[in-house]
Design a binder for this molecule. Structure first.
Ligand code: ADP
Ligand code: MG
Length: 699
C-alpha cells in the first residue's frame, strides 16, 4: 500500500460516518468509549445467543435461553397484586406462558390474536403452573416461517439508553466498511503473524461480531477463542508500545550524571543505627549505577511494607547532593511528608545537608523565602506532598525526583508527575517507590517504561504480624487486649475506615470511637487523628504518639501509608470487611515494625460476604505483600490493582491481564520486533487501541 493511502486510512473516522449515527447517538456511544468507526468494531460482544434453531416447547429447560415458535391459544390481563399480560403459546409438543409486566396497547392487541403465530426468544423460567418466558423478544410470523439465523447473535455491553438492536445495526454497518474500505487495516507484519499463528485482525473482528452458528460458544464466552486472543494480543502489544515509546522519549533526554565522590553517602551509612539489609545494598547499587548515566533513571522500587524504602531514598538523595545537585521526595499525604522530613532531618541533618519541608502550612513570606532557597540551590533536599510540588516550584538544579507510595496513584498520574519534575531541557532522574508489590505480569504491562528494583528482604528481627478476624460483638475482648498491651508499655492503633462515602462522617465516626474508648479505658491516654484536623494538630498528635505520650491512637485511614512507630504493636481495624486487601495489608504494616510480637485484629460485622471472607482469610494466612498482591489481583481484577479505576484512567478493552497473561511475553517480543523492524506500524497501533485522547504521558 502506498504511504499516502496508508496515512489516509489511519485517520480516525468519527462514528458519525456510519449511516444513521447522528450527534445524539454519537453521544450515547461516547459513554461506552466508542468515538470512531473502528471503536465500534473493537467493542466486542459480552456473550452470544443461539437463535440458530427452534426448540420444541417440550424440550425447554428452565434457566436456559431458547428460541421457540408457536401459536397463540389465549391471552389475558390479570390484576392479581400486579398488573400483567399473560399469553399462552402452543406448538406441537406443548404449551408455554409469555409474561409481560409492562406492555403497550399494541402489544396487548398483538398477543390477543388467538391463532396468530409467534417466534420468541428469551430465558425459560419455571412458573407456577408451566414454563414461562418473561418479556421475550417476539415477532409475528405471517405465512411461512422465515429461516433461522445461521449466526450466533451477539449481546454487547451497553447502557440503558442503547438497545441491542441498535448496536447490532451499527456493527452491521461497520462490518461493511471493514470489508469495503479496510476500516481496520492489518498492522502486524505477515512474518510475525505466521510465527505467532495469529489470524488477521479483520478475520478476528468479523468472526467475533458474527460467529457462525456452529462456533464454540463456551470458548467464545470464556474469552479464550483464538479470534478474541488475537485482539487481546494486539491490545497488549499496543500498550507495550505506548509505554516503551514513552520510555524511549525520556531516555533521549539529558540528565545530569551524578558523579560525586560518595563521601557523604558513606558517612550516612556509617552513622545509621543499623546495617543495610542485603536487598537494600543491592538496590542501592542498582540505583547508583543508573545515576551516573547521562540519561534519566526511570526506576520503580517495589518493597513490601516495612522493607526499608525510606533509607534507600535518603541514600539516593545524598548521591544527588554530593554531586552538587538537588533532590526532592514527594509523598501522597502531608502526614507522610512530614514523617519523611523528620527522618531526613535525623539522618542527613547531622551531615550538614540543607533539608526543607514544603508544607501547606507555610504561607506568605516564609513560603516565599523557602521557594527562593529552592530556586537558588541553598536547599539541597526538599520534602513535601505531590500536590505542593505540582504548583510552581522552581529548583536550581533538580537532579533526582523520588515519588513515594506510588500505589496511591494511577498510571496517568504517575506520568503527569514525572513531567512536573522536568526543568527546561534536562530531566531529573526518577525513583518511584511503592509498597504494593505488583505481580510480575502486571508490572510488565503497567510499568513497561520503568526498570524495576525489588526489596525482597525485611530488616532482621521482624516477626510476622499475627492477624485475627473477630466479629464485632466481641469488641469487649478486643478492648481488653488493648488494655493489656498498653499496660505492658506498648502502644496501639484503632482504625476507623471510611464506611460512608464522606470524609466528614468518617472523621465523626473516629471522634465518637475515641470518646467511647476514652470512657472505657480511663487509665489510657487516647489520641485522635483524622483528615479534617489542621496539619498542625495532626502533626502534634503523631509526634506525641511517636514519643510515647499517647497509648492508643484512634485514626482514620490517614495513617494508611508510611507511618512508622516501632513501639506500636497492636492494631485494630474496624469494618475490616469493607476494605480491600492491599489497603488492609498497608494498614497492618503500621505494626510489626519493632522487634516485639505484634498483632492485628480485624473487626468485622457478620455475616461476611464470600469475597470479604476470602480477603480476611488471606490476611490471616499471609504476611507476604507479593503473595497478597497476587491474590488481590485474582479477587479484584487488574484495573483496581493498578488504580486505574479510581483515577478514571483507561483500562483494557479486550484483554484481561489475568486471563491473557500468557500473551504478555509474546506481546513484549512483538513490541521489540516492531520497534526495530517496523517502526511505521507503531503509531497506528497505539492510536487504534489507546486513542488520541488518552495518550500515555505526553512528553
Ligand atoms: P517502608 O519500606 O514501608 O517505607 P520504612 O522505610 O518506613 O519502610 O522502614 C521501616 C522501619 O525499618 C523504619 O523504622 C526504618 O528505620 C527501619 N529500617 C530500615 N532499614 C533497616 C535495616 N536495614 N535494619 C533495621 N531497621 C531498618
Ligand atoms: Mg514508606
Amino acid at each position: 500500500m502506498p504511504d499516502a493511502a496508508r496515512s489516509l486510512l489511519q485517520e480516525p473516522r468519527p462514528v458519525t460516518v456510519l449511516p444513521g449515527v447522528g450527534p445524539k447517538l454519537a453521544e450515547r456511544l461516547a459513554r461506552l468509549g466508542i468515538y470512531t468507526a473502528e471503536d465500534v468494531l473493537l467493542h466486542l460482544p459480552l456473550r452470544y445467543q443461539d437463535r440458530s434453531r427452534i426448540t420444541p416447547i417440550s424440550g425447554l429447560v428452565a434457566g436456559a435461553e431458547a428460541q421457540i415458535e408457536g401459536e397463540i391459544v389465549g391471552s389475558e390481563v390479570t390484576e392479581r397484586g400486579r398488573r400483567f399480560l399473560l399469553c399462552t403459546l402452543r406448538d406441537l409438543t406443548g404449551e408455554l406462558t409469555l409474561r409481560f409486566f409492562h406492555f403497550s396497547p399494541a402489544q396487548r392487541q398483538l398477543f390477543g390474536q388467538v391463532g396468530a403465530r409467534l417466534r420468541c426468544f428469551g430465558e425459560v423460567r419455571q412458573g407456577y403452573t408451566s414454563l414461562e418466558m418473561i418479556h421475550p423478544e417476539c415477532r409475528r410470523l405471517d405465512g411461512d416461517s422465515p429461516p433461522v439465523s445461521d449466526q450466533l447473535t451477539p449481546v454487547y455491553p451497553s447502557t440503558a439508553d442503547l438497545q441491542q438492536f441498535t448496536l447490532r445495526a451499527l456493527t452491521d454497518q461497520a462490518l461493511i466498511l471493514l470489508d469495503t474500505a479496510a476500516l481496520l487495516p492489518e498492522w502486524l507484519p505477515p512474518a510475525l503473524r505466521l510465527q505467532l499463528q495469529l489470524m488477521s485482525v479483520a478475520e478476528a473482528v468479523g468472526f467475533l461480531h458474527r460467529p457462525p452458528s456452529d462456533a464454540p460458544v463456551a470458548e467464545l464466552d470464556s474469552g479464550r477463542h483464538p479470534a478474541r486472543r488475537r485482539l487481546a494480543f494486539e491490545e497488549l502489544l499496543a500498550h507495550q508500545l505506548s509505554l516503551r515509546q514513552l520510555r524511549e522519549r525520556v531516555r533521549q533526554q539529558a540528565a545530569p550524571p551524578l558523579l560525586g565522590d560518595g563521601g557523604l553517602s558513606q558517612r550516612f551509612l556509617e552513622r545509621l543505627p543499623f546495617a543495610l539489609t542485603g536487598a537494600q545494598q543491592r538496590v542501592l547499587a542498582e540505583i547508583a549505577a543508573d545515576l551516573t548515566q547521562p540519561r534519566p533513571m526511570q526506576r520503580l522500587l517495589q518493597g513490601d511494607v516495612g522493607s526499608g524504602k525510606t533509607v534507600v531514598a535518603a541514600a539516593a538523595a545524598l548521591r544527588a547532593v554530593e554531586s552538587g545537585g538537588q533532590a526532592v521526595l514527594m509523598a501522597p499525604t502531608e502526614l507522610l511528608a512530614e514523617q519523611h522530613y523528620r527522618n531526613f532531618q535525623d539522618w542527613l541533618g547531622g551531615l550538614g545537608v540543607e533539608i526543607a519541608w514544603l508544607t501547606g502550612r507555610l504561607l506568605g513570606r516564609a513560603r516565599k523565602a523557602l521557594l527562593e532557597r529552592l530556586a537558588s540551590g541553598a536547599v539541597q533536599v526538599a520534602v513535601g506532598t505531590h500536590a505542593l510540588f505540582q504548583e510552581s516550584v522552581v529548583f536550581a538544579d533538580l537532579a533526582l525526583a523520588i515519588v513515594d507510595e506510588q500505589h496511591r496513584f494511577g498510571v496517568h498520574q504517575r506520568l503527569a508527575l514525572r513531567d512536573k519534575g522536568r526543568q527546561g531541557q534536562r530531566c531529573p532522574h526518577q525513583l518511584i517507590m511503592t509498597a504494593t508489590p505488583i505481580p510480575r505480569t502486571l508490572a510488565m504491562s503497567a510499568y513497561a517504561d520503568l526498570d524495576t528494583s525489588v526489596l525482597d528482604e525485611l530488616p532482621p528481627g521482624r516477626r510476622p504480624v499475627k492477624t485475627v478476624a473477630v466479629p464485632d460483638h466481641r469488641r469487649e475482648e478486643v478492648i481488653e487486649r488493648i488494655r493489656q498491651a498498653c499496660r505492658g508499655g506498648r502502644q496501639a492503633y484503632w482504625v476507623c475506615p471510611l464506611i460512608e462515602e464522606s470524609e466528614v462522617l468518617e472523621c465523626q465516626a473516629a471522634a465518637v470511637t475515641a470518646e467511647r474508648l476514652t470512657a472505657i479505658l480511663p487509665e489510657l491516654r487516647v489520641g485522635l487523628v483524622h483528615g479534617r484536623q489542621s496539619a498542625a494538630d495532626k502533626e502534634t498528635v503523631m509526634a506525641t504518639f511517636k514519643a510515647g505520650g499517647l497509648d492508643l491512637l484512634v485514626a482514620t485511614t490517614v495513617i494508611e501509608v508510611g507511618v512508622d512507630v516501632a513501639n506500636a504493636s497492636l492494631m485494630i481495624v474496624e469494618n475490616a470487611e469493607r476494605l480491600g486487601l492491599a489497603q488492609l495489608h498497608q494498614l497492618r504494616g503500621r505494626v510489626g515494625r519493632g522487634a516485639t510480637n505484634s498483632s492485628c485484629v480485624l473487626l468485622y460485622r457478620p455475616p461476611l460476604s464470600q469475597i470479604a471472607y476470602a480477603r480476611l482469610s488471606t490476611l490471616r494466612e499471609c504476611n507476604d505483600g507479593f503473595e497478597i498482591a497476587r491474590r488481590d489481583l485474582e479477587l479484584r481484577g487488574p484495573g483496581e490493582v493498578l488504580g486505574t479505576r479510581q483515577t478514571g484512567g483507561q483500562s483494557l478493552r479486550v484483554a484481561d491481564l489475568l486471563r491473557d497473561q500468557d500473551l504478555l511475553n509474546a506481546a513484549r517480543y512483538a513490541a521489540d520486533r516492531l520497534l526495530r523492524d517496523h517502526p511505521d506500524c507503531v503509531e497506528p497501533l497505539i492510536r487504534r487501541w489507546i486513542g488520541v485522547g488518552a495518550r500515555y504521558g505526553e512528553v
